[in-house]
Design a protein around this ligand. Sequence first.
Ligand code: C5P
Length: 320
Amino acid sequence: KSFLQKLWKGNVSSKMLTPRLQKARREYLRANKLGVSFSGKQNSRKLSAQELLCILKKRAHVRTLDGKEAPFSNLGWEKYFPKMPLNKLYPRVFSTCAVVSSAGAILNSSLGAEIDAHDAVLRFNSAPTRNYEKDVGNKTTLRIINSQILTNPSHHFADSSLYRDVTLVAWDPSPYYADLHMWYHKPDYNLFPPYEQHRKKNPNQPFYILHPKFTWELWKIIQENSNEKIQPNPPSSGFIGILIMMSLCGKVHVYEYIPSYRQTDLCHYHEQYYDAACTLGAYHPLLYEKMLIQRMNQGTEDNLLRKGKVTLPGFSTLHC
Ligand code: C5P
């Protein structure tokens, strides 16, 4: 069986990766730059889809900065964070949502119309829709952005239309023992000044910063349910986004996160850059995130193979 067929069944391990990606994982494990120490235990038994979903529902509560905790409270930042928490922003649960990964495999998929038919669409970082409508659609409701988008001038965060008229959710890797003071003074990329500026200029645009506790809670759940040591770095924007949508939507349809038969080393559909790490992980524990998502898939195998589509129930529809 090919690697891809094994991934579709949720049966892969790091040993099936290329030597280069195996080495990258080992080096991140050794460096452990964010000081992760996992004290939980790995589940000895492979949990069922329903058990995994209920664990996520119980523990993966989206949390964003609200300015009430130091150092933000002392800095007078309460006024910058949106008054309305993200889970109350929309008056009701979206009935159906799309999460669109940025993978090159979505090229030539003709999934655009299907994606746009959802009530809400989540995209990532600088992924465009213009000129790619046929494959990725053109509706964007939310966009998850990492701190590099706010700080790297090449993204023109303040001016680009990509970041206008949508709900923004930004995040930045913090040390595992998430002390907000430490993180504020030493973020991976300093997203705080551009965030403050953007909020002053666009006070009506919903724009959140994720609380590092939320991303690390997701990391723990992935580690507890993997049978290897996963990279000691936060999950990818893709995994974070799927979990956010599970709390906002009745059903979540994820496109080309688990690759379809179109799988390619093309990193992003909008860039001529080839690297298998984008799909299988180097920094992020992507392989393990994807296996976890695959195990909860409620869609058909045909949809997975042809569309790279996984269907997950929203938390509000789960009876745990
Ligand atoms: O690279 P970037 O983080 O902007 O891509 C958005 C998300 O799409 C990633 O966090 C990852 O979850 C997913 N992705 C993927 N395979 C790729 C590229 C992106 O699964 N080749």
